[in-house]
Design a binder for this molecule. Structure first.
Ligand SMILES: [Zn+2]
Ligand SMILES: [Zn+2]
Length: 266
């Protein structure tokens, strides 16, 4: 049995309700972690300790290097001291930049007491490019997405597609075809497009992000089993997020917003 847990459902700024992006896919043979935002801190909670059992491999997949997706890398010694961790940033064919050098820049003095290499966690940096990879006996695919700095979407078998920090992209629906769970960002509702007073908000958002309506359209086109919207905006109210959910459900009924720490079986 596999399970999906959203540890950080927000984007940009951590709030008391929503930490920044981090998700777990718990497989029998491995623990896959998608992004290392501040939500990674939830692994300190007792109820998630069992996810870190030593017999399973641990793989972290990064969508991109914006700080709300990587801030948690410096937390790793708190929960994984002495453990082996496979870190998979997107390769240069996706981002156009050197993944090893970029990760080393993120974790180094004077921003952190140690470099990535000196941390008491055995981290191996194993970048993954576009296409299909065998990771812990599982088929993992990467796809380049459109963002302010290019990002990667990840697909694991037919279980999950994790696509955050991306403009709406019809290719994502093909990438996510028949997947059980599409986890996709939703930064605004999308109703903004329809009003000249707010249309500019939508136009700016769509350069790098997706609306709830667009995410629901992608889930529908992909024939996904369900859609979880993530990377919610911290400057929007809970009422606005409820409106996003209603908008998305009018297009794709099996849409959900999860709270931090919530899990679902796959
Ligand atoms: Zn982000
Ligand atoms: Zn970003």
């Amino acid at each position: 049995m596999s399970a999906f847990t959203l540890l950080g459902s927000g984007g940009w700024i951590p709030t008391p309700r929503r930490e920044t992006t981090c998700a777990l896919l718990s497989l029998p043979q491995a623990l896959f972690i998608f992004d290392a935002g501040t939500g990674l801190s939830l692994l300190l909670e007792e109820k998630f300790r069992r996810e870190l059992e030593p017999e399973r491999e641990i793989h972290i997949f990064l969508s991109h290097y914006h700080l709300d997706h990587v801030a948690g890398l410096v937390y790793l010694p708190a929960m994984l001291k002495g453990r082996r961790v496979h870190l998979h940033p997107p390769a240069a064919d996706i981002t156009g930049i050197d993944p090893g050098a970029t990760v080393a820049e993120l974790v180094r003095k004077p921003f952190n007491p140690t470099s990535l290499e000196e941390m008491p966690v055995d981290i191996t940096v194993e970048p993954l490019g576009e296409g299909c990879h065998d990771i812990a006996g599982t088929q993992v695919r990467a796809r380049k997405q459109i963002h302010a700095d290019a990002s990667a979407a990840w697909r694991v078998d037919d279980l999950i597609v994790f696509a955050t920090d991306t403009a709406a992209d019809l290719g994502t629906a093909v990438f996510a075809e028949d997947v059980r769970l599409l986890v996709h960002e939703a930064w605004i509702d999308g109703i903004e497009e329809e009003d000249p007073a707010t249309e500019q908000i939508a136009r700016e958002a769509y350069l790098a992000h997706t609306s709830a309506r667009q995410a629901a359209g992608l889930a529908k086109d992909a024939h996904a089993g369900r859609l979880v919207m993530c990377h919610l905006s911290p400057v929007r109210s809970p009422a606005y997020h409820r409106q996003m959910l209603a908008s998305a459900r009018s297009i794709f009924p099996d849409t959900y917003i999860m709270e931090d720490g919530e899990s679902l079986a796959l």
